[in-house]
Design a protein around this ligand. Structure first.
Ligand code: PGA
Length: 241
């Protein structure tokens, strides 16, 4: 596990974008695993800037996203489909049918989970999977639990995640209660994992994920068993280490 400590959010975003750019250059027709949330927005902005400067080409890539709310149509401005188009896909030369997310509008949860897992498998899994980390150590929507869920599955969001995400919705009642997420096994099959953490409210998660025992009660701790993980964390996120 390679832990890179940086000063702040801006430096984290630059370092993360450089690592992703290296992967894109090494695998121009590869598979990029992407994440949503406030953490990767700066990283995506740097990638868009590199594309605009002619330094990066997305035209041969396919992408797979970690997760999506269940029950939100794509056009809802809180869907992860919408987020990805706004923050990255619409600003680079990724081909139209090259991006993939779980389909939040599919009411058949079992069918959707099987479809998405098979799709990621058929693409050969991600060359690089980008991750944020939840305050409770979740990755994707893999929340603290008694076991690691292996494959794409439908989860009930914990109150802590609903609380963290309600700022994006008109009221707490509007936050979806379920989501589709890649499983821990799906994530672990990525050839490289890049996980980002910024801010004091991630300090507990960073300490317990990367400096404590591996346990499904802290889902990101499983990454200690992955052979190629880069953690980019800022001083605040590292403040309890
Ligand atoms: P955040 O979410 O980037 O909005 O903090 C990260 C996560 O919950 O995975």
């Amino acid at each position: 596990m390679n832990i890179i400590k940086v000063k702040n959010y801006e430096e984290m975003s630059r370092v993360a974008a450089d690592i992703i750019a290296e992967t894109i250059k090494a695998h121009p027709t590869g598979v990029l695993g992407l994440a949503t949330g406030s953490t990767p927005i700066g990283t995506y902005q740097n990638l868009v800037n590199m594309y605009r400067d002619g330094k990066l080409d997305f035209s041969g890539l396919r992408t797979v996203n970690l997760d999506e709310y269940r029950g939100l149509p794509r056009e809802n401005d809180q869907s992860y489909y919408y987020f990805m188009h706004k923050n990255l896909f619409d600003s680079v030369n990724l081909k139209k049918d090259a991006s993939n997310l779980p389909d939040g509008s599919n009411p058949d949860a079992d069918a959707e989970c099987v479809r998405y897992e098979k799709l990621v498998e058929s693409l050969g899994y991600a060359d690089l999977q980008l991750l944020g980390i939840g305050r409770n150590g979740h990755i994707g929507f893999n929340e603290p639990a008694d076991v690691f869920e292996v494959n794409t599955h439908c989860v009930k969001l914990t109150q802590s995640t609903i609380d963290a995400n309600k700022r994006f919705f008109a009221s707490e009642a509007d936050v979806p209660r379920e989501a589709y997420t890649m499983g821990i096994g799906t994530i672990m099959k990525a050839r490289k994992v890049l996980i980002l953490a910024s801010g004091k409210d991630k300090a507990w998660a960073v300490k317990n994920s990367f400096f404590g025992p591996v346990t499904p009660n802290v889902p990101a701790s499983i990454l200690q068993f992955h052979q190629d993980v880069v953690v980019v964390a800022d001083e605040d996120a590292m403040s309890e280490v």
